[in-house]
Design a protein around this ligand. Structure first.
Ligand code: ASP
Length: 440
């Protein structure tokens, strides 16, 4: 018998109508046994997510200001859902407790976590499923890091005995019992953790888009959806800024071989994107996706005979490390090496880094360039196709985009190009055009 975890994002649970769609989805398949809800999200674009309302409300409580009106507005959001679903449920006691804990300054993580906690209670009542408080089954260690060993032990034992349950996303408990949340969007992680513990066949992640798009829809009009993508490809794309799923959500399950299916609550008939460990399915296009980020700076260090100087790179990199700057890419030539860094991180310590490099390796010249973007062209299909980087170059040249850097990962899974920020959108359009529209 197939078992699935179904996680629903905030916009899927923003109102009673959305809850009804979710109810229909869950009831449509016997296998949808474990439900991980987010807090109610936005009902319309100018709306405020309940999580943000909770942070604000708690902010007032922490400053000793009156927060009751704000808390009441949050209660109204939930009451509207309860009334819309005609449930026989009162959250009065819960809100009294929250108010008391806010006065006692229980912490902003506690505050934010109430969004999913309360939505979980409503969801369990609506579906007739058991409610499991995430604080009793998801653990963090003393240092605030997610404790996967303890969590998996406790949670898998618990779920083995419960056929159907709702486990709210986003939070867990510290060893002393205080509530701690994951970073924003962390319910995706809870879904993954539950999927592993329950040993399910599939983790369905329901959101408001029909899966991952090949490129950012703010740049490409109506981009195609990615049908299947591997964990590795996804990692490359999300690192480069593609969002839909929390960056860390694949880690708990990638070793378990559990696929993730991104689905659309508002279009349940769409099959969405399937994220898998490996697949023999041939991708439809040479590339699986394109993603990019702006705001990089490059530091090019020149020194004659650099290549024969042992330890040169290490000394240069040490300077970045000492200044707490992480390095994104490092293309190099015979007598030059270039380091790409986040501009905002670099700017703070710019002069210290330059002085450090001068002291460490006495370069002939250092050149800085700012306002650069990095674009990753990712695809498992590139390995079996010749000339992909050639096509990247010619597409960019035809669009008059000057390529500042090109870096092909040794796994042949991605090609990263550096361009100027002002060429960013044009470059993505040109790449989408050649690989997806003309299918080269
Ligand atoms: N509600 C939380 C947030 O807005 C967590 C989540 O939705 O995954 O970030």
């Amino acid at each position: 018998m197939m078992k699935k975890v179904v996680k629903f994002g905030g916009s899927s649970l923003a109102s009673a109508e959305q809850f009804q769609k979710v109810g229909e989805i869950i009831r449509a398949e016997e296998s949808r046994k474990y439900v991980v809800p987010s807090a109610p999200g936005k009902r319309f674009s100018a709306d405020t997510k309940v999580t943000d309302m909770l942070y604000q409300c708690y902010g007032a409580a922490e400053e000793g200001k009156d927060f009751l009106a704000q808390l009441d507005a949050i209660k109204t959001r939930y009451q509207e859902i309860i009334d819309g679903l005609s449930l026989d449920l009162s959250l009065d006691k819960e809100f009294d407790m929250i108010s008391e804990n806010f006065t006692k300054k229980a912490g902003s993580d506690y505050a934010a976590s109430r969004g999913e906690y309360l939505n979980g209670i409503i969801m369990a009542n609506y579906l007739g499923y058991e409610f499991i408080d995430a604080a009793d089954v998801i653990y963090f260690d003393e240092d605030g890091r997610f404790d996967d060993v303890k969590t998996n032990e406790v949670l898998s034992e618990k779920l083995a005995k419960i056929e159907r349950a709702v486990i709210p996303g986003f939070y867990g408990a510290m060893p002393d019992g205080t509530i701690k949340t994951f970073s924003r969007g962390g319910s995706d992680l809870t879904g993954s953790i539950v999927a592993k513990a329950a040993k399910v066949d599939m983790y369905e992640n329901w959101t408001d888009v029909s899966g991952f798009m090949i490129a950012d829809p703010r740049i490409i009009n109506n981009p195609k959806t990615i049908e299947a993508i591997t964990y590795k490809e996804l990692r490359e794309l999300s690192y480069m800024g593609a969002t839909v799923l929390h960056e860390d959500a694949i880690f708990p399950i990638r070793k378990e071989g559990i696929p993730i299916n991104i689905r659309n609550t508002n279009a349940p008939e769409d099959s969405g994107t399937l994220i898998v460990e490996a697949t023999c399915r041939h991708p439809k296009y040479t590339i699986t996706g394109i993603a990019g980020k702006q705001g990089f700076a490059s530091i090019t260090i020149e020194k004659a005979m650099m290549n024969s100087e042992i330890g040169f790179c290490r000394k240069v990199l040490q300077v970045f490390e000492d200044n707490g700057i992480s390095i994104e890419h490092m293309p190099s030539g015979i007598d030059t090496m270039t380091v790409f860094v986040h501009q905002s991180e670099f700017q703070e310590n710019e002069q210290k880094v330059l002085a450090g490099i001068h002291q460490a390796v006495q370069p002939d010249n250092i050149e800085l360039e700012s306002d650069l973007s990095l674009i990753a062209i990712v695809g498992r299909g590139m390995r079996s196709k010749r000339g992909t980087s050639g096509r990247v170059f010619s597409a960019l040249a035809h669009s008059h985009v000057n390529v500042k850097m090109i870096d092909q990962g040794s796994s042949e899974l991605n090609i990263v190009v550096g361009v100027r920020n002002h060429d960013f959108e044009n470059a993505i359009k040109a790449l989408y055009d050649i690989f997806v529209v003309t299918k080269l």
